[in-house]
Design a binder for this molecule. Structure first.
Ligand code: BTN
Length: 256
């Protein structure tokens, strides 16, 4: 496991500012890791409690969905993973990625007032440019979830994206000034806490409604998980309903 260092941006100050809820009740900050997902998976397998957070100033092997890489400029962005232990069947885990998109969007809008939208299943965009991505990695035993590692990467103060060019943006690029990452993380953890607690208590429908309000994908052509067509709606369980060229409606579940 990587060693925490007092020089790390987040190490000493943030712990004192964390919200009092579930998310961040155990908190690990590192200057550099391969991936916060791996650090947190190891902690989870050793019994770390739900709500444990791992944050890093830089990842050397950050990963995204569909085996893509997630590259960051050191000391610029928010890169963190969150440990969940929901009492739910493995089939419902994709709902958590939609929940994370809704909560992350809400927190970022509250801090920046930017117009941020969701692209199926959980990319956050400003205009057509990607601002943030979410990756859920789950372990299950006999169809019950033992842990979900929810990884969130947000482009905060990075202003050039050599690999991605115009496909990517950051909060600093959109606002014209850098932002305080600790303040943002505080708001993000509070929003994730609120949406997660509510979803466990009341079910998925509130997340579904918020996702539908924020999604740019509905009514638009999509090509996802081998299905091409027009995204018509989000089903009550979080599957995307896609109408194909032949007029059939196919359900697509967000991969985790
Ligand atoms: C995507 O859009 O494909 C998902 C990107 C997820 C990136 C975050 S950064 C923190 C966590 N650690 C990783 O290696 N990936 C996630």
């Amino acid at each position: 496991m990587a060693e925490a260092s007092p020089d790390c941006l987040f190490c000493s100050r943030l712990a004192a500012r964390l919200p009092r809820g579930l998310m961040g009740r155990a908190f690990y900050a590192f200057p550099v890791v391969i991936s916060t997902q791996d650090e947190l998976r190891r902690l989870g397998e050793s019994g770390a409690p739900e709500g444990t957070v791992v944050v890093a100033d830089h990842q050397t092997g950050g990963r995204g969905r569909q085996r893509r890489t997630w590259v960051d400029q050191p000391g610029s962005n928010l890169l963190f993973s969150l440990l969940l232990r929901p009492e739910m069947p493995a089939a419902q885990v994709p709902q958590l990625t939609l929940l994370a998109a809704v909560a992350t969007r809400e927190a970022l809008i509250a801090s920046t007032r930017l117009e941020i939208v969701i692209r199926w299943p959980n990319d956050l965009l400003v205009g057509r440019r990607k601002l943030a991505g979410i990756l859920a990695e789950a372990s299950a035993l006999d169809d019950r979830v033992s842990q979900v590692i929810l990884g969130i990467g947000i482009n905060v103060n990075q202003t050039t994206f050599p690999e991605l060019g115009a496909e990517a943006t950051s909060l600093a690029l959109e606002l014209g000034h850098p932002l305080d990452r600790e303040m943002l993380l505080e708001g993000l953890l509070a929003a994730l806490d609120g949406w997660y607690t509510r979803c466990l208590r009341e079910g998925f429908l509130g997340v579904r409604e918020a996702w539908r309000q924020a999604a740019v994908s509905l009514g638009q052509p999509v090509a996802t998980a081998g299905v091409a067509g027009v995204a018509e709606d989000l089903d009550v369980d979080g599957a995307l309903l896609v109408r194909t060229g032949e007029g059939r409606v196919v359900r697509v579940v967000a991969g985790v």
